[in-house]
Ligand binder design. Structure first.
Ligand SMILES: Cc1ncc(COP(=O)(O)O)c(C=O)c1O
Length: 399
């Protein structure tokens, strides 16, 4: 199936009992066993997904359809869905790392994943280095004999800096390590990390994949043997399984993924150009603007520039307060990738103190993209004229 068809039909077959052509929600936690079904325990089973449906913590018919749909979109053999994006990252870390192993994690990535890696994994004897993954020399220099995983995010949240997936895959594989890529900000419409050499691709399904801001979810896609290991360790024993209702909602969201990403990207281009020309705006970062410093990599790795942009202003904290009070179309809120446009201010000093803890070199590089702080902006499906009017009103308001 070609990608746009897979978004609509991937993982789906006509229900043999009812003839339904749209996905049914199968809410049953357990399924009746038949003689010869085998496996009464997850212990020692190579691939739990190959068994008949037995218990919903490791497979459920609705969740399975979602997994197969996303696997098709990512050109993966298989996928494991989880209760959130952070659960997907935890599944990767706690399946492929053990005490004594070394993880290289992007020095800038979604805060919850970064904090999980740097604050929690060392408690389990895992060594963790936070590295600027946009600089391949830094990555090569950070590799140790016990490096088992490189975890990247591109474009990275919140500064929209890219990392070269093919370059990272070459370094990881030479070191005998795996490369996992958080592709939440890109979606398979824009980048397919597995085609570029990554071993695992992760999404917070909460964002663009569902696209409606009404369900939490996560997913990891990759080769059969890697996903089988994830399912039998994290799927079964971490217990952060996706529920059938959320899987159904997310699958419905994915049916319009291509249409949404194309429309939101068009809107984002208009808003980015408007902001770049605005006298109250200091800088805009958007992969679709010639001012983004990674043009060659964008052309090589992104089919579209996407729906995320950031901008910087003078006096951003007063503007943030004004936005929370006065925006009419945008929502001043966390999260991203929904049909509604969302903006939030992320102050560099605050995020450095709470999360990224960069040394002087990495801080200077962060500031090249983010200055003292960025308005992280997720563009939705509204009329772009309304979005620009809304931003113009708060940018021009006094006090
Ligand atoms: C790039 C990225 N990865 C992972 C996550 C975590 O996803 P969730 O909130 O579904 O746990 C987020 C959330 O904002 C994100 O932006």
């Amino acid at each position: 199936m070609r990608p746009r068809t897979a978004a609509v039909d991937g993982g789906l077959s006509v229900d043999p009992t009812t003839g339904a052509i749209a996905p049914n929600i199968s809410t049953s936690v357990n399924n009746a066993m038949h003689p010869g079904d085998g496996a009464f325990s997850a212990e020692g089973v190579d691939d739990l997904a190959a068994l008949p449906f037995l218990y919903a913590r490791w497979t459920n018919p609705t969740v399975r359809q979602l997994e197969q749909r996303v696997a098709a979109l990512e050109h993966a053999d298989d996928a494991l869905a989880t209760a959130s994006g952070v659960a997907a990252a935890a599944a990767i870390f706690f399946t492929f790392l053990k005490s004594g192993d070394h993880l290289i994690v992007s020095d800038v990535c979604y805060a919850g994943v970064h904090e999980l890696a740097r604050n929690i994994l060392p408690d389990y004897g895992i060594e963790v280095s936070a590295v600027d993954l946009s600089n391949l020399d830094d990555v090569s220099a950070a590799v140790r004999p016990n490096t088992r995983l490189i975890h990247a995010e591109t474009p990275c949240n919140p500064i929209l800096r890219l990392s070269d997936i093919a370059g990272l895959a070459a370094i990881a594989h030479k070191a005998g390590a795996l490369l996992s890529v958080d592709s939440t900000m890109a979606t398979p419409v824009i980048t397919r990390p597995l085609d570029l050499g990554a071993d695992l691709v992760l999404h917070s399904l909460t964002k663009f994949m569902n696209g409606h801001g009404d369900a939490l979810g996560g997913i990891v896609s990759g080769r059969t043997e890697l996903i089988a290991r994830l399912r039998s360790r994290a799927g079964v024993y971490l217990g952060a399984t996706l529920g059938a209702q959320a899987a159904w909602a997310i699958m419905r969201g994915i049916e319009t993924l291509h249409a949404r990403i194309r429309m939101a990207t068009e809107n984002a281009g208009e808003v980015a150009r408007f902001l770049e020309a605005h006298p109250k705006v200091k800088a805009v970062t958007y992969p679709g603007l010639p001012s983004h410093p990674q043009q060659e990599l964008i052309a090589r790795q992104m089919a579209l520039p996407g729906a995320m942009l950031t901008f910087q202003t003078h006096d951003p904290e007063r503007l943030a307060a004004r936005m929370a009070e006065k925006l009419k179309v945008f929502h001043y809120a966390y999260s991203l990738g929904h049909s509604r446009s969302i903006v939030v201010f992320l102050k560099t000093d605050d995020i450095m103190a709470s999360t990224f803890r960069a040394d002087a070199t990495r801080l200077t590089r962060y500031r090249q993209f983010a200055g003292d702080g960025v308005f992280r902006t997720s563009i939705g499906l509204e009329d772009p004229a309304d979005l620009m009017e809304d931003l113009d009103a708060v940018l021009n308001a006094e006090g």
